[in-house]
Write a protein that binds this ligand. Structure first.
Ligand SMILES: Nc1ncnc2c1ncn2[C@@H]1O[C@H](COP(=O)(O)OP(=O)(O)OP(=O)(O)O)[C@@H](O)[C@H]1O
Length: 237
C-alpha cells in the first residue's frame, strides 16, 4: 500500500527527515512515536504533499504510484486523507453542507452519533469548536472523505478519556473496513500519550528521532519501553 524509501525532507533550509524507510501494508495500522520536533508531523505532511516540506531524496509510493511529484489535490484524489492537529475554521461551510457535497449524508448521520457530534451538523466546520471537538470532527471528516490511506496527527491529544475511546474505536472501524470501492485501507497515527493504543489494535510502532526512523516493533512493548527508558533503541537500553 504505502512505501516510503530513504526519504529526506527539508523545511526552511533545515533537514527534518533523513533517510526514512517505512512500509505500511494494506489493512494495517501503524503508530509513530518520538520526542517533540523529531519529524513525525513532517513525515505525515510529506506523504500528503503539504507545503513547505521539500523532498530532497527518496520516494513515496501508494500502490506503486510515485507521489513525490504530485500536488496535494492529486494525492487526495488517489485516496490520502489526514486528521489534522490544528485545522483552521471554515466560516460559511457547515458540516452538513460538506457531507452533502461528498454524497455522504448517511455516513454523517451514523458516525456523528458515534462521535457525539450530532448537534454539530449545522455548525461551520471547526468554527468555535473546542479542542476536543475539533479532534472528533477531524475523525468524522475522514469518514465522509472516505480515503484509503488515513493519516492521524495526535488524534487523542487534548481529548477527554471517554471521547478517546470513541475516537479510538472510530479509527479502528475505519482502518479495518474497506473503502466505498471495496479496497483495503491503512492508517498511520502519531501519538504521545499512547492512550489510543488501548483502542486501535495497532500492528506496528516506529520510533522517530532526529528525523530518522530508529526502531520498529510491537506497539505496546515499545510504548512501555519509552515510558521507562525514553526514546532510545530498545536493544541498546
Ligand atoms: N514550516 C516550518 N518552518 C520551520 N521549521 C519547521 C517547519 N515545520 C517543521 N519545522 C521544524 O521541523 C522539526 C520537526 O517538526 P515536526 O512538527 O515534524 O515534529 P514532531 O515530531 O511532529 O513534533 P511534535 O511531537 O512536537 O508535534 C522541528 O524542529 C520543527 O520546528
Amino acid at each position: 500500500m504505502l512505501e516510503i524509501e530513504d526519504l529526506c525532507v527539508e523545511v526552511a533550509g533545515k533537514s527534518v527527515l533523513d533517510g526514512v524507510t517505512l512500509h505500511l501494508p494494506p489493512g494495517e495500522l501503524h503508530v509513530l512515536l518520538g520526542p517533540n520536533g523529531s519529524g513525525k508531523s513532517s513525515l505525515l505532511a510529506s506523504i500528503l504533499g503539504l507545503p513547505p516540506y521539500r523532498i530532497t531524496r527518496g520516494a513515496i509510493r501508494l500502490d506503486g504510484v510515485p507521489l513525490t511529484d504530485l500536488p496535494l489535490h492529486e494525492r487526495a484524489r488517489l485516496g490520502i486523507g489526514m486528521a489534522f492537529q490544528r485545522p483552521p475554521g471554515l466560516d460559511g461551510v457547515s458540516v452538513s453542507a460538506f457531507a452533502e457535497a461528498l454524497g455522504a449524508g448517511e455516513t454523517l448521520a451514523r458516525e456523528a452519533a458515534a462521535l457525539d457530534l450530532t448537534d454539530f451538523v449545522r455548525r461551520d466546520m471547526n468554527v468555535g469548536f473546542s479542542g476536543g471537538e475539533i479532534k472528533r470532527w477531524e475523525i468524522l471528516k475522514l469518514f465522509l472523505q472516505d480515503p484509503r490511506l488515513m493519516l492521524f496527527d495526535e488524534p487523542e491529544s487534548g481529548v477527554d478519556l471517554e471521547h478517546v475511546i470513541a475516537i479510538g474505536q472510530a479509527i479502528r472501524r475505519m482502518v479495518r473496513s474497506p473503502d466505498r470501492q471495496d479496497r483495503p485501507r491503512a492508517g498511520l497515527v502519531i501519538t504521545h500519550t499512547g492512550l489510543i493504543l488501548r483502542h486501535v489494535a495497532a500492528d506496528c510502532a516506529h520510533i522517530v528521532r532526529d528525523g530518522r526512523l530508529i526502531h520498529s516493533g510491537d506497539p505496546q512493548t515499545l510504548f512501555t519501553h519509552i515510558q521507562t527508558h525514553g526514546y532510545s533503541v530498545p536493544d541498546a537500553a
